[in-house]
Each structure stands twice: as C-alpha cells, then as structure tokens.
Write a protein that binds this ligand. Structure first.
Ligand code: SIN
Ligand code: FE
Length: 304
C-alpha cells in the first residue's frame, strides 16, 4: 500500500458510525492514512435542513476573513449574517464536529485519548477566485504547517465535507510521498537557529518558540508553494470530490492543493506526537531520520 500506487482509498460507508463495527479493518485504515493516503467516502455527508442550506452563501463570512470557525466552547468566529443565521450555523458546525469525531473514533481506535479537536471550520469562498499571497494560497501543492503556532510534532488530521449546493466538486491535487518531497527541499532550508526562534517568539511572530521540526515544516511548506516547477510537475493524482462526500487526510504528510470548489466544512484533529500506529511514518520521524539528529521540542508540546 504505497502512496504513489494509489493515493486515494475509497470506502463505501453511508453511516458515520459504521466503521466502528468493522474492527478487523481498523489497522489497515490507520496504516493507509499514516502512509499519506487520502480516505474518500463518497456516500457520507452532512445532512442540511432547508434553513441551513440557505447559509451556503459567501456573505456568511465576515469581510477580510478566511473561514468561519466554531470553537469547542461554542463560540462562533468570523461569521456575518443575522444572529438567527449565526445560531443555525453554529448548530450545523457543532453537529459536523460530532460526526467527524465519531468517524475518526471508528476508523482509528488506536488514537483514542490522543486526539485534540481544533475549531470546526466553514469555508464558503470560491477557491478559483479568492486572492491570496503565495504562501497562503492553498491552490498550490503543500504540506500543512502553521506559521505562528509550533506543533512540536503534533499531527494535523483533517476531515473534509463538500457541501456545494450547485453540483460543483471540490477538486484536489495530491502529490508525491512526504519523504520524496522533503529530500528535495531540505538542502535549501537555512539551518535552524535557536536564537532566531527565540527572537521570533519575543516579537510575537510565533505563539511559542519554534522547534527545529517546526522550522523545517514551515520552510518546506513555503519552498513547495514558491517552486513553480514543482507546482507544474508535482501532482500524482487529481481527485474531484463531488457535493455530499467526505475525505480525510494527514495534511502535514500528504502533499495536496485545492484546484476548485466552494462551500466546505472541515474538522481538524490533532494527534499527540508519537501516538501513531507506526510512529516511524510521521513527518517528525522522517525528518529526524533525514537530518540525522533529534529535532527537539517533542517533549515541550504539553507545556506550551
Ligand atoms: C488545505 O489546503 O488544507 C485546504 C484545501 C481545501 O480548501 O480544500
Ligand atoms: Fe492544506
């Protein structure tokens, strides 16, 4: 089961809770996602009531914001619309969060107790026409890495659902395995400087001190997006996710870019470092092996 053979694994479930009933397949699904494959569920979706469907509008997003988000405290951020619409949107996102958690629990029971849910996001912008800087532009192939929030090896597992009401698919490009891409760019990344990391934190550019792992992931993300040649040649597969389907990927491991689409909900789950079924498959383990020394900071994740 290699990433280059087929990066997309299609699963037939039509009920978010169903994978829990197939324990003999759970290790296989976990191994697939940890190998950088994308799990695709053509028959799962978030059912919307008619008033919820009326929220699928770009003007539900506050001007200047990227996404609407719902925190675990129930606080809705970056939403426009009247209070009644905001309440409906919060309810819809809260429901999605529960479904995403149920699905992850059934697919990956090995992760029980090690997942932390990030805010749930609603992305109503048309991908093709939104204007963004090169580094913020998710149409360009990349691994996810946060500019301001070091992860110290904590993983970024993302559960996506296309809610487009007009028949538009969300089209993704998926790329080569992490290690292949990392080997290409590592020689071009400036050595990690603990002093610079402290300085960035002192001036408020990061929320905690960037570890060497975060320095490498941040630069890898940027170099991939800047590289026009790679952007033209790095695609292994193109997948159109039609309206009303779900897909899951480790966004820090599977190279991806979104080509087109509008109206998606997304739930990020963070897995504690080293809690993979095969910890050797993680970006932290791969980069540690390629660099030949520990990339520090793993133990500090709990303290920041
Ligand atoms: C991402 O690059 O993480 C998001 C892709 C998308 O918006 O479909
Ligand atoms: Fe991404």
């Amino acid at each position: 089961m290699t990433n280059s053979a087929n990066p997309i694994v299609e699963l037939d479930f039509s009920d978010w809770a169903a994978p829990a009933g197939v324990p003999e397949k759970q290790a296989e699904w976990t191994a697939a996602i940890e190998a950088g494959q994308v799990l695709y569920f053509p028959h799962l979706s978030l059912q919307l009531s008619p008033p919820e469907r009326a929220l699928l509008r770009e003007d539900m997003l506050k001007t200047g914001s990227r996404n609407v988000s719902l925190g675990s405290d129930g606080a809705l951020k970056h939403a426009a619309g009247v209070p009644e619409e905001q309440k409906l949107l919060a309810g819809m996102l809260g429901r999605y969060r529960q479904l995403a958690l149920t699905l992850a629990d059934g697919l990956f029971p090995h992760y029980r107790g090690a997942l932390r849910a990030a805010p749930t996001s609603f992305r109503p912008k048309q991908v093709e026409t939104r204007t963004q800087s090169i580094h913020a532009d998710d149409r360009r192939m990349h691994f996810d890495a946060f500019a301001t929030r070091p992860t110290y090896g904590e993983r970024i597992l993302r559960i996506f659902t296309n809610l487009n009401p007009n028949g538009q698919p969300r089209v993704w490009r998926v790329g080569e395995p992490f290690e292949t891409v990392a080997k290409r760019y590592l020689p071009r990344i400036k050595p990690y400087s603990p002093f610079m990391a402290q300085l960035l934190n002192a001036v408020g550019a990061t929320k905690s001190v960037r570890s060497e792992y975060d320095h490498l992931m941040f630069n890898l993300h940027n170099l991939m997006k800047e590289d026009e040649q790679y952007q033209k040649t790095g695609t292994v597969a193109t997948q159109a996710f039609p309206p009303n389907c779900v897909w899951i990927a480790y966004a820090d491991l599977a190279a991806h870019g979104v080509a087109s689409g509008q109206f998606m909900v997304e739930q990020t789950l963070h897995l504690a470092p080293g809690r993979e079924l095969n910890p050797e498959s993680s970006p932290l383990a791969i980069l540690t092996r390629l660099m030949g020394h520990p990339l520090a900071g793993v133990g500090t994740a709990q303290t920041v």
